[in-house]
Design a protein around this ligand. Structure first.
Ligand code: DLZ
Length: 156
């Protein structure tokens, strides 16, 4: 779902006072920087204060679940946005990492009860990754909206 679709559902709302962690991998940094930018823009649109946002950079997507757990263990976070970019290579590395990350994020989320959204894009090539990290199709932005909608649901 993009931002407009969330807004149509009436979920784009007032998340002021919420403390949000953003974990972003450094691997494929051009793309993850763009995902991060989209996420931060959406957090601002949902009225999350800059001082309530903590950004943690980790080496690769594989390390994202650990980063999310680290932040949550610090305490006080209402939601975490997980960002990364896996681009298909000549081996199946991307598939193994993608499966491990998806499972890891879900485990952290269910174990801690803190919403962690899945903003890890998995693409066939760089062009696809660029498309999914910019403009209205910025998946970082969508992941931020998803995390906040769950945090608001929890608060309600
Ligand atoms: C090793 C690796 C490879 C091949 N590809 C990616 C990728 O496309 N995206 C990504 O975020 N990380 C990749 N990595 C790095 C792993 O996520 C991880 O950082 C290393 O295996 C060290 O644990």
């Amino acid at each position: 779902m993009n931002r407009q679709e969330y807004a149509k559902l009436g979920e784009a709302g007032d998340a002021s006072g919420m403390k949000v962690g953003v974990v972003a991998s450094r691997f494929n940094a051009d793309i993850t920087d763009a995902l991060l930018e989209g996420a931060l823009m959406t957090l601002k649109e949902w009225k999350v204060a800059e001082e309530d946002i903590t950004v943690l950079r980790v080496p690769g997507s594989f390390e994202v679940p650990f980063g999310a757990k680290l932040l949550i263990d610090r305490g006080g976070f209402d939601a975490v946005v997980a960002l990364g970019c896996l681009i298909k290579g000549e081996t199946k590395h991307d598939e193994y990492i993608a499966n491990a990350v998806a499972e890891g994020i879900m485990r952290v989320e269910l174990k801690t009860g803190v919403p962690v959204s899945f903003g890890i894009i998995t693409t066939n090539d760089l062009a696809q990754a660029k498309e999914r990290s910019t403009g209205e199709t910025n998946k970082g932005s969508e992941a931020a909206a998803a995390a906040l909608s769950l945090a608001l649901l929890k608060r309600a």
